[in-house]
Structure formats: C-alpha cells, structure tokens
Design a protein around this ligand. Structure first.
Ligand SMILES: Cc1ncc(COP(=O)(O)O)c(C=O)c1O
Length: 429
C-alpha cells in the first residue's frame, strides 16, 4: 500500500534524477502528490477569480471552494466551526499573528510567556521581537535528559508565578528529536492560571491525529507545505470564544463589511482575519491535500498504521548503526517515542554553524560528508534546523537530519545509512 502511495509523487520518480532521489527532508517540506499538483493546475486553468467580491459565477464558485477549504481544515483538526479557522502563509506567519494579537492584548511588563527549550525559532524569535516593546519574561520549559519536557518544573512555575503566566506556547512534535510532547498535560497545567495556550502543530498534522478538543489548546498553527499541500498555504485555528473580541493584526479589504470616515465594521468570522487577497489557489488546494492525506490514512488503516510504519523505518535505520561508535543519535532510542525525524552527529566531524571553537579546531570539517551524501542524491538537512536552543541545551553542535514522509521506504533509509557509512569510512573532509 505504501508503495502505491509513493507512486503518486511525480518528483520521486522524475527522470530529472537519473540515479534516483532519496528524499529525506520532509520535515522541511513534503513532496506533492499528483492529485494535489493537478488540483492547483485545475484551479488556475478553470477556477481562478478573486473571492467574496465578484457577483459573477466564477467568483462565486471560487468563494465556495475557499470556504469549503476552511471547513475541511476545521474537520481535520476537529474544530467546532470553520469560523475558527483562517488561512495564513505558514506556521511562522500564524505564530507571529498570535504574538502580535494575543501577545499585545494579554501581556504587560513583568508578565510571563512560557515556551520550551525545544521550540522552532518561529516560536522563540517572534516573542523576542515583542519583548522589544513590552517587558515580559520568556520562561523555557527545560528538556530533560530523556528528551521529555519537565512538567514538574512547569507545575512549580505555575505555583510560584500564578497568573503572571499569560501565555503557554509549545511545539507538538519536535522537528529535531521527533518526540511528541504531552501537550494535553501541559495545557491542563497552563489552564490552572488561565493562560492562553498555543500549539505549534507544524510537524504533527501530517504524522498523527491532531484534535484540538482533545488536546485542549486555544490556538493551533500549521503549514500547508508540510502536509502535502502547496507552499504559501497554512492554517490557524483559534477557539471562537476569543475571536469575536480580538482586534485583527492587519487591516484592509476583505476583513471589513463597511467603511466610513468615522470608522468601519468588521466582516464576519473568519474573514475578519483575512485582510487582502489571500493565496486563493493555495488555500483551496490545502483543503485538497488534507482530503488526499485523509483518504490515504484511511486506506492504510488509520493513523496508527502510519505511525508504526514511520517508526519501523526509523528503527531499521538506527539498527544499521548498532555498535557503531561514531554515530550519535540525537533523541530517544526508544522508537515508539519517535515521529518521522532522525537527527544525529558523527563523532569527529563538525558541521556548518558550529560555535564550539575547540570542536572546530580538533575535528574534521563535515563538508566532505555533506557533499558525498548530496552526490548520492540524498536530500537532507544539516545545521540547527531552526532549533538552536535545543542543540545548545545538549551541547551537540549542529546535526544532520533525515526526515520521513508517507512515501519514505526501507530502501531509502538503507541507502542513506550505507551512504553515510561509506562517507565516514572514507574519512571525507
Ligand atoms: C516545529 C516547527 N515549527 C515551525 C516551523 C516553521 O514552519 P514554516 O517555515 O512553514 O513557517 C517549522 C518548520 O520546519 C517546524 O518544524
């Protein structure tokens, strides 16, 4: 079944890559199935018009498709209504929206925003930018040696600081460790002080069932391009009870129903938060990508089958390095705790961005290894993966990351493992 799904991805069988492409960078962006590509072509060849404005059929139909896509996202994450969903360009834009709306509304000098040491930079730097205007504190939930978040620490912080904690914003699945955080518990603790809770679901929506009601978050963001949809598409969920009162981040067309010299009235939800002409094609096709993924997940027998499949691939990759001293896995070796991502170091080699002078002086430069893997047509990442704080916490320096998609195979990982061994055994630098 997984082999059949893989065949739906034209880039993976493209003749452009005569020696084949081993795509292990799905945490950065997923490849797109033919159905999603065709849907985008269909939109631009047959359905393209601006939405919510034109009285003509083409525009009315595009508007319907746009609205339906919101409903698809709402159902996908089990939101109450499409009114709780508005489209953004990506997770980063969604998080910045939340910082600049809820952050500005809820935070005063001395207040606290809680994030964690394993956040992506988009959930760190966006808060740091706001700190230039409001003197709130950022507190980081520590990552324990077993790669879980320290919830005792969070409980203690809540006891100590009480309702100075206004916002708790954490990542669901780490894009480096591949661990899934116990966000249900984290948000329960946050609610003891009525903090506003945000989930970065960038890595989780394509890997496991995400249900906002079960998780208990107030807001959630994800990127379309990581869930087999187009770049430039993404969605933000926010519980309806906050949205009526919330002032949008951007003003302009689309988000108002009437404007006079004395002021304006908001459009209804969720369009109030979608100022200007959005990426209409991207949003509509995000809906199609989600429908495509859901149909595949159902065909294979559910999310657990996908999770087992990915964990099996990770397990066989890690087994390739049993007893090999130079391979240093960054993350839990218990594969039942891993979701789609394998980051590692190679002892004796440094990689791009290394900050540790002693390592730079005493180790080989990893460029040769990186180049070798590239020549082997392996697509992967090297560096900090926008999670520098996490790397600093474990003093790992930059890592190499292989990440999986629904199309990843045993052969991909076997080939990647063999190529890596060959590169290191040759002592490339
Ligand atoms: C956990 C996590 N959060 C946020 C992002 C940012 O996503 P985007 O670049 O699509 O905005 C990423 C991207 O890799 C991610 O892995």
């Amino acid at each position: 079944m997984f082999d059949e799904i893989r065949k739906e991805f034209p880039l993976l069988k493209s003749k452009l890559f005569e020696r084949g492409l081993v795509y292990l960078d799905s945490a950065a962006t997923t490849q797109k199935p033919q159905a999603v590509i065709d849907r985008l072509v269909q939109y631009y060849t047959k359905e393209n018009a601006n939405i919510h404005r034109g009285p003509y059929d083409l525009s009315v139909d595009a508007t319907k498709l746009w609205e339906q896509a919101h409903q698809i996202v709402a159902d996908f994450i089990n939101a109450k209504s499409y009114k709780e969903i508005f489209f953004v360009r990506n997770t980063t834009e969604g998080l910045n929206f939340l910082v600049n709306t809820f952050g500005r509304k809820l935070l005063s000098d001395g207040d606290i925003v809680v994030i964690s040491e394993m956040e992506h930079h988009s959930n760190i730097v966006s808060w740091m930018l706001l700190q230039k205007e409001i003197k709130f504190r950022i507190e980081y939930i520590p990552v324990k040696d077993d790669y879980t978040l320290d919830l005792d620490w969070l409980n203690d912080l809540v006891k100590k600081e009480g309702n100075k904690i206004k916002i708790v914003s954490v990542v669901h699945i780490s894009n480096v460790l591949g661990v899934k955080n116990d966000v249900e518990k984290i948000f329960k603790i946050a609610k003891k002080v009525e903090a506003f809770t945000i989930l970065d679901a960038a890595q989780s929506v394509a890997r496991c069932k995400v249900d906002v009601k079960e998780i208990g978050c107030d807001a959630l963001v994800f990127s379309g391009h990581k869930v087999y949809g187009p770049t430039g598409s993404g969605a933000l969920y926010c519980n309806l009870k906050y949205l009526e009162e919330l002032t949008p981040w951007m003003g302009g067309g689309e988000m108002v129903s009437t404007v006079t010299k004395d002021g304006f009235e908001y459009n209804e939800l969720p369009w109030k938060f979608e100022a200007g002409t959005p990426d209409i094609g991207g949003g509509i096709v995000l809906g199609s990508a989600i429908e495509w993924l859901e149909s595949k997940v159902s065909a294979i027998g559910g999310w657990d089958v996908l999770i087992n499949h990915e964990q099996g691939l990770i397990g066989s990759f890690l087994n390739e390095f049993n007893g090999i001293e130079w391979f240093k896995h960054f993350g839990p070796d218990d594969i039942s705790k891993k979701y789609g991502v394998i980051a590692f170091n190679i002892e004796g080699f440094t990689f791009r961005g290394c900050k540790d002078i002693s390592k730079i002086e005493s180790m080989k430069e990893g460029n040769g290894v990186i180049e070798f893997l590239n020549r082997k047509r392996i697509a992967f990442r090297e560096g900090y993966h926008c999670a520098e704080l996490l790397h600093d916490r474990f003093h790992t320096g930059p890592t190499i990351r292989f990440s999986l998609g629904i199309y990843s195979t045993q052969q991909d990982l076997k080939y990647a493992a063999n190529s890596l061994k060959e590169a290191v055994l040759r002592g490339l630098n």
